[in-house]
Design a binder for this molecule. Structure first.
Ligand code: ATP
Ligand code: MG
Length: 750
């Protein structure tokens, strides 16, 4: 098991060790009232993951207690999602509705014990009687009903003699409990509704608080893992199981923080609103955070699970940056998919000095992807390039084709522009160009011509016309509420894109990198060889990180000159652009920006790390110091760690999991072994100690061992504070949180 141990796994391990349970049984208990989303993926990965890791099993349970909202199509969607993510419930597929009779019997038992009563207050009165956080509630007069009367009324509720809302069954607990949930919670309500599985048999349905704990018990669940909003319900969970005096072992409830992602809505209710309102094409619209949507878009299950692992299991709610999910998707595709050429917005180029045609051999994978395979790209006199890749009046730092500047056709020749053809409105319709016969890509290039970039292209005669669907974030707002925050430009359909023929005829894969454009997936529903349709999975870089940053108006820092062989090397245009971006947008200091901008590897590395964790200052510091130092001793491709490792490291510093001092130690280890930093911290026990209860005794010991220094300090030598702090840090191997140590030492020496 290579997963770091989270608090849930710690509990599970202890319970196995102590013999509390023989086998671990978890469950994933969705309500079939909508399609599952990425939040459910997290819950699935936790519940099925724990069962797998400890050789137990995980039940898939449809929590179908609300007949008005549930449906079989959602049951199927939930099953599909669990399977697609690679998990298996074996024969353990259950429905709460299958337990309706047993749950009903337990209710009777509670009534007979005098622990439950039929209340006939109306909804408003029930709310009013409940009291407030500061004021105790008041019990309904109906609570005095006799057991016989309660049994009779409950039976008649079941038989459908009353209208919805006329009566409810409540637990008799404590109307002045500090936990408001314990103020006689509702156990059953009347609902004259058809249930998609139980039919019309029932006129009463159990509430979540009653049905869930009992379903867990009936199934022999050991660890009932749910999200934090159920924390206060835990008391009811325990009350029901304890009061019924059920035979042990019984399950216990544990809560973790639900997943929230920015620019995303995650409640099934809000997703349903988007689907039913026609704002998206269906539950599997590739812009939705549903598993079906991600699947159709081309996300892979491995990447989604990887993301769930990366964000970890916490006990405090937080919002995860959607860029982190996108990073995981990119990171999963990068080492796998073929690279191909596709032109989305074509501009015709006629190469006037070329006759005939040829086929250019080109590998599908770059050097750093350990996969083999190549295809032939047809080349001829007429080609399409991207409209954007030609500029008549290029802005500063433009590296592609201009009237003055040649460019390389990827895997092909260098061309230069001879003439720009325009229509009557001045729009460019065609470029007349020339190619250099001795510039063919690779070893055959003897032209000596320097170009600044290589662009994608396709041959007009051979390219296939394809539809490409570009997706952007569904919401323009970081914390969207609903439809009012929709991004009007979240879908762009391009009907006339052109792709090199091998993609369609050879089908080397279903997912591709369209070079310089992003990752794309053959739409599993609309794609056919006659009408190929591709979905954009994710871009090559996080484009929102740039958009979101505001321009700064402060005076511009100037690029520092560096000395190369005793001479000051001026920055190239490209480096200047980077320098400005780093100082202006990311607000790095000019020293750091300078180092990054001048080193292509470092700046790429930095930006990759940034995509995974947007913390520019800390990441840049590690990159220009530690990573740069490693690079001096090794070639770039010999580095044992990746940009992703660096972002993980910074994330741990940021979360106060480790100190910056320990981070250096972790980095050394990473550089040496290539192990991931989270694992290093775990294996070596480097987690920062911030708990005063753990630090205090160490300080006390040092104080008592150094009476002389204590006396000197008290006599006014305050510099000795540093001595004590230093001793504590030393004693903990640098693991104590320096801030906490400082405060405690100062306090104790007073
Ligand atoms: P929604 O508000 O989206 O309808 P829910 O909690 O009502 O979510 P259920 O179908 O009842 O959805 O949830 C099934 C399981 O998935 C529950 O255990 C729930 O705690 C978990 N779950 C739901 N949303 C998230 C989330 N965002 N992060 C983690 N777990 C989640
Ligand atoms: Mg729900």
């Amino acid at each position: 098991m290579n997963k770091k141990k989270d608090f849930l796994r710690t509990i599970v391990e202890n319970d196995l060790k102590s013999g509390k349970y023989k086998e671990i049984v978890t469950r994933f208990p969705p309500e079939p009232n909508g399609f599952p989303h990425i939040g459910h993926a997290k819950s699935i990965s936790i519940n099925f993951g724990i069962a797998r890791d400890y050789n137990g099993h995980c039940n898939l349970r449809m929590d179908d207690t609300n007949p008005t909202k549930e449906d079989t199509k959602y049951v199927h969607a939930l099953e599909d999602a669990v399977k697609w993510l690679g998990f298996d419930w074996g024969e353990h597929l259950y429905f709460t509705s299958d337990y309706f009779s047993q749950i009903h019997d337990y209710a009777i038992k509670l009534i007979k014990m005098g622990k439950a009563y039929v209340d006939s207050l109306c909804e408003d009165e029930i709310r009013e009687y409940r009291g407030t956080v500061t004021q105790p509630g008041k019990r309904s007069k109906f609570a005095q009903r006799s057991v016989e009367e309660n049994l009779d009324l409950f039976e008649r509720m079941k038989n459908g003699e009353f209208k919805d809302g006329e009566h409810v069954l409540r637990a008799k607990i404590d109307m002045s409990a500090a936990n408001m949930k314990m103020r006689d919670p509702l156990l059953y309500r009347i609902r004259h509704a058809h249930h998609f599985r139980a039919g019309d048999k029932w006129s009463i349905y159990p509430m979540y608080d009653f049905a869930h704990c009992l379903s867990d018990y009936i199934e022999g669940i050991t660890h009932s893992i749910c999200t934090l909003e159920f924390e206060n319900n835990r008391d009811i969970y325990d009350w029901v199981l304890d009061t019924l005096e059920l035979k042990p072992p019984r399950p216990y409830q544990y809560e973790f923080a639900r997943l929230n992602i920015n620019y995303t809505v995650m409640s099934k209710r809000k997703l349903l609103e988007l689907v039913e309102g026609g704002y998206v094409s269906g539950w599997d619209d590739p812009r939705l955070p549903t598993i079906a949507g991600y699947r159709r878009r081309g996300y892979t299950p491995e990447s989604i699970l990887n993301f769930c692992d990366q964000i970890g299991i916490a006990k405090a709610n937080s919002v995860v940056d959607v860029a982190q999910l996108e990073f995981c998707i990119r990171d999963g595709l990068n080492p796998k998919v073929p690279r191909v050429l596709c032109v989305l917005d074509p501009l015709k180029v006629t190469i006037e000095n070329y006759e005939g045609s040829e086929e250019l051999e080109a590998p599908y994978y770059p050097h750093d992807v350990p996969k083999e395979g190549s295809r032939k790209i047809p080349f001829s006199k007429e080609i399409y390039i991207e409209k954007d890749d030609f500029a008549e009046n290029p802005p500063k730092g433009y590296f592609r084709l201009t009237p003055e500047q040649p460019v390389r056709l990827r895997h092909g020749y260098i061309i230069s522009c001879k003439e720009v053809i325009k229509d009557e409105n001045g729009n460019i319709t065609e470029i007349k160009a020339e190619y250099y016969p001795d510039s063919k890509s690779g070893a055959e290039d003897t032209s000596g011509i320097k170009v600044k970039s290589a662009i994608q292209w396709v041959s007009v005669a051979d390219a296939k016309k394809v539809e490409v669907r570009l997706y952007d974030r569904l919401f323009k707002n970081e914390a969207p509420e609903g439809i009012e925050d929709l991004n009007p430009n979240s879908l762009q359909i391009i009907k006339n894109a052109f792709i090199e023929p091998a993609v369609i005829t050879e089908k080397p894969d279903e997912r591709f990198q369209f070079e310089r454009q992003g990752y794309f997936y053959t739409d599993p529903i609309d794609y056919s060889d006659e009408n190929p349709v591709f979905n954009k999975i994710v871009g090559l870089k996080d484009s929102w990180a740039k958009k979101a940053k505001t321009k700064q108006t402060a005076p511009k820092p100037q690029p520092k000159k560096v000395q190369v062989d005793g001479e000051v090397a001026p920055m190239t245009d490209e480096q200047k652009i980077l320098f400005e971006k780093y100082t202006n947008e990311l607000r790095l200091n000019s020293e750091v920006s300078n180092t990054l901008a001048r080193d292509k590897f470092l700046s790429n590395f930095f930006e990759d790390a940034l995509c995974a964790f947007n913390c520019p200052v800390s990441i840049s510091n590690i990159v220009v110091n530690e990573v740069a130092r490693e690079l001096k001793q090794a070639q770039a491709d010999e580095l044992k760690f990746s940009a992703g490792h660096i972002s993980q490291l910074v994330k741990m510093i940021d979360a106060d999991t480790i100190s910056s001092k320990i981070a250096k130690q972790v980095f050394e280890e990473m550089a040496k072994t290539g192990e991931n930093p989270t694992q290093i911290v775990k294996a070596k026990g480097l987690v920062q100690i911030s708990d005063p209860a753990k630090i205090s005794p160490i300080i006390d010991e040092i104080i008592s061992n150094n009476p002389d220094n204590v006396a000197k300090f008290k006599a006014g030598n305050t510099k000795l504070l540093g001595f004590f702090v230093g001793q504590v840090l030393k004693k903990t191997g640098g693991k104590a949180n320096p801030k906490v140590v400082n405060e405690l030492v100062a306090q104790k020496l007073q």
